[in-house]
Design a protein around this ligand. Sequence first.
Ligand code: NCD
Ligand code: ZN
Length: 344
Amino acid sequence: MQTFTIPTPDDWHLHLRDEAMLATTVPASAAVFNRAVIMPNLVPPVTTVEAAMAYRQRILQQLPETYRFQPMMALYLTAETTPELVAEAAANEHIIGFKLYPSGATTNSAAGVKSVDALAPVLEAMQQHEVPLLVHGEVTDADVDIFDREKVFIDRHLRPITEKFPTLRLVLEHITTADAVAFVEESSEYVAATMTPQHLLMNRNDLLVGGVRPHNYCLPILKRRSHQMELQRAALSGNPKFFLGTDSAPHTQDKKETACGCAGCYSAPAAIELYAEFFDAHGALDKLADFASGFGADFYRMPRNTNELTLVKETWQVPATVDTANGPMVPYWSGESLNWKVQS
Ligand code: NCD
Ligand code: ZN
């Protein structure tokens, strides 16, 4: 039996949702990851330290006893966020940073930021307290094409932010374009990016050719193949600025398979296997450990994990559906096969 062992990975971008959904999502991620950055786009969003600590407790309640899993909470940045809140967040060991959603950019982002410029005092405080800024990097202007929204956000907002706040720790989340790769590569060591399985494994043909595939629909939307290839090059390069963040984003089947379907791929049931599939397909399985278990911890200045996870070379199929308290969910890669499986 062929096996492959890596230090236990961490997921630096994860949506778990709340209440009954946690019974499905928490064990799925905790079975594989030691730590995860928990996105705050609940309804209403997680905007205070108090709300984040309460949410963290609800997550921990769903943790099977044998799992050690640390939820690292991100706070939702709004027009009401103050420098005082930044200081409070900096002093709390369970809060990892603030998530910037441009208003209307994605699922549950109505409370997001309408003016990035108005954030200057808060970004100043984040730089000073060394609190990372996690960014959903897309503009939302109706006159900007959906496939250009990441590039325009980088040019219009991110370059000015990194110039004005050169030591602000910034993670551009779930990058999808060659422009994002170039921006991160050209930026200082204070700037990094997460990458999802779907953006490494797929391009917009997988969304639109031969019929619309709602389960491959996420935001930022899959881009053309040339962008996918740049993402692949960056992930395979061993540059420590690029690391794992699944963006696993659960939505029930009825919310995905409908006239106006939700954005988000629920990749948690096969997360590490999907990345293994990608690296193995490029003959670079040896690059998986740093990408999944090393570079993220280094960027966030946390210790690397010392326990291990073993993958077994075994073909298996991602389940067609996953049952949840809110109805069935179709996971990402549903019904398709993978060549590596986490050893149980
Ligand atoms: C995410 C969600 O469903 O919460 N959806 C997505 O398509 N990625 C939100 C996000 O990360 O943009
Ligand atoms: Zn996300």
